[in-house]
Write a protein that binds this ligand. Structure first.
Ligand code: ADP
Length: 711
């Protein structure tokens, strides 16, 4: 016994340190017999629990006796004096052994218990409970005030120890120190095992448990409620597992058992290995070894999870590969995947047409495929042979095995590297350049044609510029010629008018009889001279007007005037001719604004139009209608019921010297210049002159002018 005994007795302590309790438990574990366990407990009570004297008595129910087997604070003789039969039911200590759990004897007068003189003492039962008889008593002096919890705890520890020790073969052990040592050693070995080890009898009662098993399956009185419940549960699970094993369920003698860690409350998974052992003396029992497989199970679960994850990843990779295949197949350009050795490992359909021999194809097709393969392999091995290049671009001359036609392709090969930079594959994409080459050719042709066209356009433009220059010169020459002509005509007209006026003057004087009386034939001839000379003068005047206009020598003089007045003036001037024609001339003049334009030119136009109407209207009437049209325009129409003008001549009559009837035998006189002068004057006044006429129904000439002529 290693515990030091204190010299001063300590008053009954209410609390004992956990270390002290642990020390007793360890000590009891080491004890291989009942006496030494009882002695250790007695001494512990004196040292740690405040007892002054202690006696431990053991009950031998088979012999019906209770005898002191250990003591502390008392002599051996003294505690061995305690010995009496259990058949005395009224003996106070027999009563203490069979009833209740503790008794205090304050002034023991009974001569049968002269243990501590007349000092009071407390008796606490060791073991016993339910149907089991008590194993003995701990008697402690002085009597404990209040509940003897520490003594009870020590009694429980001793009880468990005694149960354990009682399983050991007692006789030889007691007698043979070597065997005792061996047993102690064996027990220590079992205790040292980290796996819980238990021995139960056939009823399932726990006979022996090592320290680890005790931790799981036993609970001292003073432990927490939670821990007690955990221990109860563990016992329940263990018994159930044992009974199932006995029934032969599951794998023989090996099954899983889920228990609760009483200190931490966590789940613990054990593998239960139980073996039946039979001993001739102790009968048959079951040895159970519990192997903690919590971590193992967790590891297994982890492995399962990892495996499942691996399977999922594998499926994903497979799906990805299928998708990739689909993608590669849907690309129109040939794609070829080669391994590290340059062997083709994958290709899409367009590539398949170039690099695989279709069964039943001819010798030529096979030769082409072989040649294609050789060209491709040499291209890829070019990339493989260089360690630093990751891509390669180049042209390969391939042929279509089906048609035998050249397929010029541009190849782009790229190395596929793993995360650690290891070459995994080479992917090559071939791009058919046939179309691009054709397009290029076409483009070249187009460029050529376009350049040709450009040249032609340039030549044509130069020619045009030449022509333009020529035309410009011609126009200049014409202009000069026209100016010369106008000048010539003006000069000639002037030179003609002077002698003509002299002729007219002398003819008039002679007709008036200045040179004497004229005979009738003389007068007739002279009248003809006068008429022809007047016609010639008109002609000369009109030619002079045209040449003046063309030479730009006809100035415009804008004045404000009343158009109605002007119309009256014109009809008055032509009155002799109107009277001679016998026609009715009607003027219909609306409300007109004051006009601001060249009055003289408007008058010349109106005189001309009215003269023509009188000339070409044998019968009927002539109407002059003037009215406003719009805000800034007036129209003057000269309407006759005369011979009319055929449609074909509507444009022609406005040209110089043009007449509808220009034959020498024509019915009407005239120069054919009147309308062309009218047209020119109208243009100068920024107006228009229009004709509507039907043959034999009459004509209408409509003059439209702006009321105000802006310069
Ligand atoms: P001319 O001096 O011949 O009248 P014009 O230039 O004034 O010259 O007229 C040209 C021709 O237009 C005339 O010769 C005539 O044939 C035709 N003409 C002009 N006015 C009329 C009209 N009111 N009715 C029919 N014919 C006309």
């Amino acid at each position: 016994m290693a515990m030091a005994r204190e010299s001063v007795a300590v008053a009954a302590r209410s609390t004992v340190s956990a270390e002290a309790k642990l020390a007793l438990l360890e000590e009891l574990q080491r004890c291989a017999d009942i006496a030494s366990a009882a002695q250790s407990t007695a001494e512990w009570l004196v040292t740690h629990a405040g007892a002054e004297r202690t006696i431990v008595a053991a009950a031998d129910h088979s012999r019906g006796r209770l005898a002191g087997i250990a003591g502390a604070g008392v002599s051996t003789r003294q505690y061995k004096k305690l010995a009496f039969s259990l058949d005395e039911p009224d003996h106070p200590l027999v009563n203490a052994l069979t009833n209740g759990s503790s008794f205090s004897f304050h002034r023991p007068t009974d001569a049968r218990i002269p243990l501590f003189g007349d000092s009071g003492f407390t008796s606490v039962k060791v073991g016993g409970g339910g149907e089991d008889p008590a194993l003995g008593l701990i008697l402690i002096c002085p009597a404990v005030e209040g509940p003897p919890s520490n003594v009870k705890w020590a009694a429980d520890a001793l009880s468990r120890s005694l149960q354990r020790v009682s399983m050991l073969p007692v006789g030889p052990v007691e007698g043979d120190p070597r065997l005792r040592r061996e047993h102690a050693l064996l027990f220590n070995i079992i205790n040292a095992a980290t796996d819980p080890i238990l021995f139960t009898n056939m009823e399932g009662q726990l006979i022996i448990a090592n320290a680890r098993a005790e931790m799981l399956f036993t609970a001292p009185d003073d432990v927490s409620e939670g821990r007690r419940r955990a221990v109860q549960l563990n016992n329940m699970f263990f018994s159930a597992a044992l009974s199932r094993t006995a029934l032969g369920e599951g794998e023989a003698g090996r099954r899983e058992l889920l228990l609760v860690d009483p200190t931490e409350g966590s789940d613990l998974l054990f593998e239960l290995l139980s073996t039946a052992v039979s001993d001739p003396r102790e009968g048959t029992g079951v040895v159970s070894i519990l192997r903690n497989i919590t971590d193992l199970r967790q590891a297994t679960r982890q492995i399962d999870e990892n495996y499942a994850r691996l399977r999922t990843a594998e499926a994903e990779v497979r799906a990805e590969r299928d998708r990739l295949n689909l993608l590669i197949d849907s690309v129109a350009d040939p794609i070829i995947v080669t391994d590290q050795e340059g062997e083709i490992s994958l290709m899409n359909n367009p590539a398949g047409r170039l690099f695989t021999v279709v069964s039943g194809s001819g010798e030529d097709a096979q030769r082409i495929v072989r040649a294609n393969d050789a060209h491709f392999t040499s291209f890829v091995s070019g990339l493989l042979s260089t360690g630093w290049e990751t891509t390669r671009r180049g042209e390969i001359a391939l042929m279509d095995p089906n048609t035998g036609k050249q397929v010029p392709v541009e190849a782009l090969a790229a190395k596929m590297l793993s995360e650690v930079g290891e070459l995994t594959a080479i992917v090559t994409i071939l791009h058919d350049r046939t179309e691009a080459i054709e397009r290029n050719d076409l483009y070249e042709q187009l460029k050529l044609a376009s350049e040709e066209l450009e040249g032609k356009v340039r030549a044509a433009t130069a020619e045009l510029a030449n022509q333009n220059e020529l035309l410009r010169r011609q126009a200049l020459e014409l202009e000069q010629a026209s100016a010369a002509k106008s000048q010539f005509l003006a000069n000639v007209s002037h030179e003609l008018r002077t002698p003509l006026n002299a002729i007219l003057g002398y003819a008039a004087m002679t007709l008036q009889g200045v040179s004497g009386e004229l005979s009738a034939p003389q007068r007739r001839n002279l009248s003809r001279i006068d008429a022809n000379a007047r016609h010639l003068l008109t002609l000369i005047n009109e030619i002079l007007d045209i040449t003046r206009i063309e030479a730009g020598r006809m100035p415009i003089q804008v004045v404000a005037f009343n158009l109605a007045e002007l119309v009256r003036e014109v009809t008055t001037e032509l009155e002799p001719i109107i009277a001679k024609s016998g026609l009715e001339v009607v003027s219909r003049i609306g409300d007109l604004p004051i006009m601001r334009t060249d009055r003289q030119k408007v008058k010349q136009i109106l005189v001309n139009l009215l003269s023509n109407a009188l000339k070409f209207t044998p019968k009927g009437s002539i109407t002059i209608r003037a009215q406003v049209q719009g805000k800034h325009t007036i129209t003057v129409a000269v309407i006759d019921t005369g011979i009319g003008i055929p449609q074909a001549d509507h444009v022609k009559i406005f040209e110089d010297f043009r007449q509808v009837d220009s034959t020498p035998r024509r019915a009407y006189g005239g120069t054919g210049l009147g309308l062309s002068i009218c047209r020119r004057l109208t243009t100068m006044l920024r107006g228009t002159l229009k004709l509507e006429s039907r043959l034999a129904h009459g004509s209408t000439f409509t003059l439209t002018l702006p009321t105000t002529l802006k310069k």
